[in-house]
Design a protein around this ligand. Sequence first.
Ligand code: ADE
Length: 236
Amino acid sequence: MLRFDVITIFPDFFREAFDYGITRRALAAGLVETKAHDLRQWATDKHRTVDDRPFGGGDGMVLKPDPIFDAVKHIAGFRRRADYPPDLRVVLLSPQGQVFTQLLAADLATNASQIVLICGRYEGVDERVVEALATDEISIGDYVLSGGEPAAVVVVDAVVRLLPGALGSETSATYESFSDGMLDFPQYTRPPEIEGMRVPDVLLKGNHAEIARWRHQEALKKTERNRPDLVKGSQD
Ligand code: ADE
């Protein structure tokens, strides 16, 4: 059982976010549990303030560290990363994080039994959260969201579908985009012709060696076109 706890100022955002598809099935099967926690419940003043002006000046507000430390203590039992068991991961979602990959998703799916996701705001989070609480600081890509909430949904989805038993067929997660560093080959289904476009002949003929060769070639072509950075030898 893998437990996800999301710390957010928008708990309603998650009300139905996990109630679809694979995550819904994984929840129903008892493989995972998810809970969204309103950060404001750990605010201490009567206005339930969770942010403040940045030291050193500048625009925008910064999420205060104290409600976040109290939230993680309440949810996971610790106030410092040094005290965590190895299967507890505390993830700060922020554009300053390391870029989320299939490899990191697999690391979380394999090694964690509790994942606490802290949703930052785009203006920032007090850096002491990174220093003492977060085991991982993750960005889902090189663009800026207004908050970490959509990123938390992305991370939960990518991790849950890798859990043993979460997918209908055990093999489908291993033969797909990124696990072999390449994009997927193009897929076709019926009808065999639409708007004058025919399904490639090779797929209709049933020669499995030919089909495998064609799929490999097409996957390579697509990867070269859409993601040249993934093609081996292009890392310069
Ligand atoms: N918060 C704002 N932008 C983000 C991003 N790209 N990834 C994760 N969290 C974010």
